[in-house]
Design a protein around this ligand. Structure first.
Ligand SMILES: Cc1ncc(COP(=O)(O)O)c(C=O)c1O
Length: 431
């Protein structure tokens, strides 16, 4: 790699931008989907338990290593249905990490559960097992480990706690289709897994979701909840021949045939894309280590045997930053052509939920039994947002090795010029 050390003028101060390439466009589609889509359009069979939906569910189960997959409308109703299927009822407490997309918490709230937020690991942003243990009460019913961005949760520790306290585990795998813990697929380790196929995800059909499980009762209940109360008596047989009322208050959360076609196409490329992203992540990790600046890739647990990346999670170390905050660093990096974003808000502070106010749109419940969201401050959750977490989106990891080297050159240039980064940030802040 060409070294840009010394006197390089940062792009943010009018110098030349380092990165000339760009991340590949996302989403990606292929000729197979176009062919299938045309056939679906002409067939008139557009929805309602079609052949592509069935085929996708079987293919996805094989990919994840779960016995069953149910396709649903998005990755929020998947969580609602999975929580209900494992037995969560109104008033139960569900443990959710303070750092996740708001839908993880909303799904539990919408079925009447009390969400108790717990803290995360400061580097990987995965839910912290020690904080889980501390939060358990006699009302606790379930844990939602969220495999967030580019690091899996410690599933050994979480399953051990769950067994000890007889809790259910619903994995939120919206970010990590295909991650594996000791060879077992995320989504097939707990009682159920919940996936989102929204446009930005590594497996997508625009909008959509799936629940995976190894438990036939969970499978049938999720099926009934998305299929207006009907579920197959024998999951192995044709859905049509053996649907029966399941005595559940089901809705229409169906996936349609066009979505299933896009998912089947995406799934056929996913293993190869994941392998490429892993290679590029390793290249980025090693490159950052060689630079030795404030930015590093979050540690990878050796028990993770395959890591899928919604984003590459990086740790910005304030102790090595010469007083430059991560926002200033990211601002200078973006000017060089390397865009790294920050994580979500702490969920309990998301303005959308406005959790601690009477005007909150969530169904209002017994304040005495709810966690005091207004005064809640989970230190690692807060700190990763304000100080330490930067993320590189997954499409970058599909770029060529030379492109990753350009991104690294940008990081090196910025890391080597921290006083100038600070100057530029102060100038911007004064405007
Ligand atoms: C961690 C997490 N869980 C759940 C969801 C909800 O998925 P959907 O948007 O498909 O409802 C998302 C969406 O981004 C997410 O990031």
């Amino acid at each position: 790699m060409v070294s840009i050390r010394k006197q390089a003028v940062l792009a943010v101060e009018g110098g030349t931008k380092t990165v000339t390439g760009g991340a590949p466009a996302w989403p990606i589609s292929g000729a197979q989907e176009v062919k299938w889509m045309t056939e679906v359009v002409k067939s008139g069979k557009w929805s309602w338990l079609g052949q592509h939906e069935r085929a996708f569910c079987e293919e996805y189960s094989r990919f994840i290593g779960s016995t069953y997959t149910v396709g649903l409308a998005n990755g929020t109703v998947t969580l609602q249905c999975a929580l209900q299927a494992v037995g969560v009822v109104p008033g139960d407490e569900v443990l959710v990490p303070g750092m996740t997309w708001c839908a993880t918490a909303q799904a539990a709230m919408d079925i009447g559960a009390n969400v108790v937020f717990v803290d995360i690991d400061p580097e990987t942003l995965a839910i912290d097992p020690a904080s889980i243990e501390k939060a358990i009460t006699r009302r606790t019913k379930a844990i939602i480990p969220v495999h967030l961005y580019g690091c899996m949760c410690d599933m050994d520790a979480i399953m051990k706690i769950a067994r000890k306290h007889k809790l259910k585990v619903v994995e939120d795998v919206a970010h990590q289709h295909g991650s594996q813990w000791k060879g077992k697929g995320a989504g097939a380790i707990g009682d159920a897994g919940s996936f989102s196929f929204q446009q930005s995800k590594v497996l997508t059909c625009g909008e959509g979701g799936a629940v995976t499980t190894n438990d036939v009762d969970v499978y049938k209940t999720v099926f009934a909840l998305k299929q207006v109360g009907w579920a197959p008596k024998d999951p192995k047989k044709s859905w049509f021949d053996n649907l029966a009322p399941a005595n559940r208050y089901g809705h229409n959360y169906r996936l349609n045939e066009m979505q299933a076609v896009l998912l089947r196409g995406g799934l056929s490329r996913l293993a190869a894309q994941t392998a490429l992203r892993e290679q590029r992540a390793t290249q980025f990790r090693k490159g950052l280590e060689a630079i030795g600046g404030p930015l590093r890739v979050a540690r990878r647990d050796p028990r993770i045997t395959r890591q899928a990346y919604y984003a590459l999670t990086c740790y910005y170390d304030p102790a090595k930053s010469g007083g430059v905050n991560k926002h200033a660093f990211a601002h200078a990096l973006a000017a060089e052509g390397c865009s790294m974003g920050g994580p979500y808000w702490p969920v309990y502070r998301t303005p959308l939920l406005n959790l601690y106010d009477r005007t909150s749109p969530i169904p209002f419940r017994d304040l005495k039994k709810m966690q005091d969201y207004k005064h809640l401050k989970l230190p690692n959750t807060e700190r990763c947002v304000e100080e330490t977490c930067l993320l590189l989106g997954h499409a970058h990891l599909l770029g060529r090795a030379a492109y990753i080297n350009q991104l690294l050159a940008a990081v090196r240039k910025v890391s080597d010029n921290l006083p100038a980064v600070k100057r530029a940030w102060e100038k911007k802040s004064k405007k």
